[in-house]
Design a protein around this ligand. Structure first.
Ligand SMILES: [Zn+2]
Length: 303
């Protein structure tokens, strides 16, 4: 299975010579072009240095901007003439969504121990930031690390694992048209992230129901279960704060200031990871051909 499942049927260029392989397949790594040691050597050494000060400056910058946008929305929007509010709120949602995506990514870096030299600082910052965005920090950190350790593996990658033909659902042929694809894309952007966390949608197959909130689920080993409980406590705490806000201000208020920006954050991160792992040029390998370097190189990656 040369280049993984996406290569099982030869893809040909429609524009030019039908017998030539598509341009995208030329990028599929057939051999290892360099070793991990060579790759590391090519990266400037300062890129491996973690700076607590610089990392915290990003957190403070992003959170300050977020608070400024929030303050403007809360204190000024009700003063605007009503037609203008139809522009002001979408502008707020877009800006807040972008900034909070930055916060989300900082928490992701904490999960990779890239924030500082201190593991406890990284986990504390990551736990607070991700919980505030309703991400179970340790739960996802663990499965996400496994994704980086198994990228491009048909058997062990954690997410965006292409299904073999035998596991493609019967209804998918009805969705393979412009309307179906549009609806699928919209649903993926809107609810793909919570569906993955809660039901392992698009994740790797497990022998039983897999859920990021379940400490006893098949995703986690015995020594990881306590961290899943802690992640759940973070989600409960954040949910309790949101509940108190609903009681004080109402659900519509919370949806306007927090709910819609959070949906934008989720859509951003699904878009980013979708583009990283589902391009036709990116193969997935079975266990006879996969190795870490080959899988890691088969990614349009930024992290
Ligand atoms: Zn990562």
């Amino acid at each position: 299975m040369g280049g993984g499942s996406r290569m099982s049927a030869p893809i040909v260029s429609k524009k030019s010579d039908e017998s030539k392989p598509a341009e995208s397949l030329k990028r599929v790594p057939q051999t290892k072009p360099f070793t991990l040691a060579q790759l590391k050597k090519a990266v400037p050494s300062h890129c491996f240095q973690r700076s607590l000060l610089r990392s915290f400056s990003y957190v403070i910058f992003d959170i300050s901007l977020s608070i400024i946008f929030l303050s403007v929305a809360i204190s000024c929007f009700h003063l605007l003439p009503s037609p203008l509010t139809y522009f002001a709120w979408p502008l707020y949602w877009s800006l807040q969504g972008c900034i909070l995506t930055g916060v989300w990514v900082i928490a992701h870096e904490c999960g990779h121990h890239a924030f500082s030299d201190y593991q406890w600082v990284d986990d504390t910052v990551g736990f607070i930031l991700h919980s505030a965005l309703l991400v179970p920090y340790f739960s996802w950190k663990i499965s996400h690390r496994r994704h980086h350790s198994n990228t491009g593996s048909l058997e062990r990658d954690e997410v965006f694992v292409p299904k073999p033909k035998s596991r493609v659902p019967w209804y998918s042929k009805y969705l393979n048209n412009p309307l179906g694809r549009g609806l699928t894309l919209a649903a993926t952007l809107l609810i793909g992230w919570p569906l993955y966390l809660a039901f392992n949608v698009s994740g790797r197959p497990y022998d039983r129901f897999a859920c990021h909130y379940d400490p006893y689920g098949p995703i986690y080993s015995d020594r990881e279960r306590l961290q899943i409980f802690i992640s759940d406590i973070g989600i409960f705490a954040a949910s309790y704060v949101l509940y108190q806000i609903v009681m004080a201000k109402g659900l519509a208020w919370l949806i306007c200031i927090y709910g819609v920006p959070l949906l934008i954050v989720n859509a951003f991160l699904v878009t980013i990871t979708y583009l990283q792992h589902t391009h036709p040029a990116l193969p997935h390998y079975n266990s006879s051909e996969w190795d870490w370097m080959r899988g890691a190189l088969s990614t349009v990656d930024r992290d």
